[in-house]
Design a protein around this ligand. Sequence first.
Ligand SMILES: Nc1nc2c(ncn2[C@@H]2O[C@H](COP(=O)(O)OP(=O)(O)OP(=O)(O)O)[C@@H](O)[C@H]2O)c(=O)[nH]1
Ligand SMILES: [Mg+2]
Length: 302
Amino acid sequence: MSTNKQKFSSGFIAIIGRPNVGKSTLLNRILGQKIAITSNKPQTTRNRILGIYNFPNGQALFVDTPGIHKAKGKLNRFMVDQAVGACSDVDLILFLIEADDSPGGGDEYILQLLDKSSVPVFLIINKIDLVKPPRLLKLIQQYSERFDFAQVIPLSAKGGDGVPQMLQAIEPYLPEGPQYYPDDMLTDQPERFIVAELVREKIMRRTSEEIPYGVGVQVESFEEKPEKDLVVIQALIHVERDSHKKIIVGKGGQMVKTIGQEARKDIERLLGTRVFLELFVRVDKDWSQNERMLRELGYSKK
Ligand SMILES: Nc1nc2c(ncn2[C@@H]2O[C@H](COP(=O)(O)OP(=O)(O)OP(=O)(O)O)[C@@H](O)[C@H]2O)c(=O)[nH]1
Ligand SMILES: [Mg+2]
């Protein structure tokens, strides 16, 4: 091996923060492709989602996490555990906040977790498109007084401003290490998982109140028909109540049809083929409190 060969570096980077601050939007922006679902409602993400980003001589493994919040109920406790658990065994933590918000109790809870950790933390101030510079300066000052951040980076995950600068700042924090995944891989999530998530995203975006929080989606069959450039997918939407089923199905099946059409477009883009998507809606009363159902839907560590 030649001695002047450049070293390769690689490492894990957790993206954490309160719900709805833009963690998943940032992951998608870093990758330049949508692998994590997003919505304007809190608690959209429920699992850890790995995104693989390649530098010329390094590989950064970003872990998007559910928003950290006061969890009530089994599903929410699973979500928060996923996020908190993602902060150990990483090389860097990106703590995301929103530029148009002020420091509050939710962030203080996260800062107390960070106090106990020895991993370097970047404060990422997202959504700078929503504020004027003086506001930003005040926020930087308030947070820097409270915690010793390795770096403070303002950006817009949605518009992209500041994201290249963030990536540049991250690279030196990657320790020397192997290339964990091939160059052309974006995530280790199975396609089936992302497909189910895309269906759930459309439901998150199309429904309101408690309905989106009681929805779980499962891909039941995924059949590739390469000779027809087609994938045939059947997915099951679990809801908690009859009244929720009624709303998701909609008048004359109109709502579930719209959800299916919107999800199909994203799935076709993801898979690069034509997709035939069939959706079924089933009532599983209070499934989100049921250990067996949680496990089946991937919301359990066991
Ligand atoms: N204006 C503006 N909106 C943004 C920006 N980044 C994200 N958003 C919006 O913020 C909302 C939440 O984004 P998500 O990426 O789903 O947030 P999250 O932190 O992953 O949320 P959870 O998964 O629920 O914890 C969405 O409506 C995004 O479009 C940004 O830079 N500017
Ligand atoms: Mg998210």
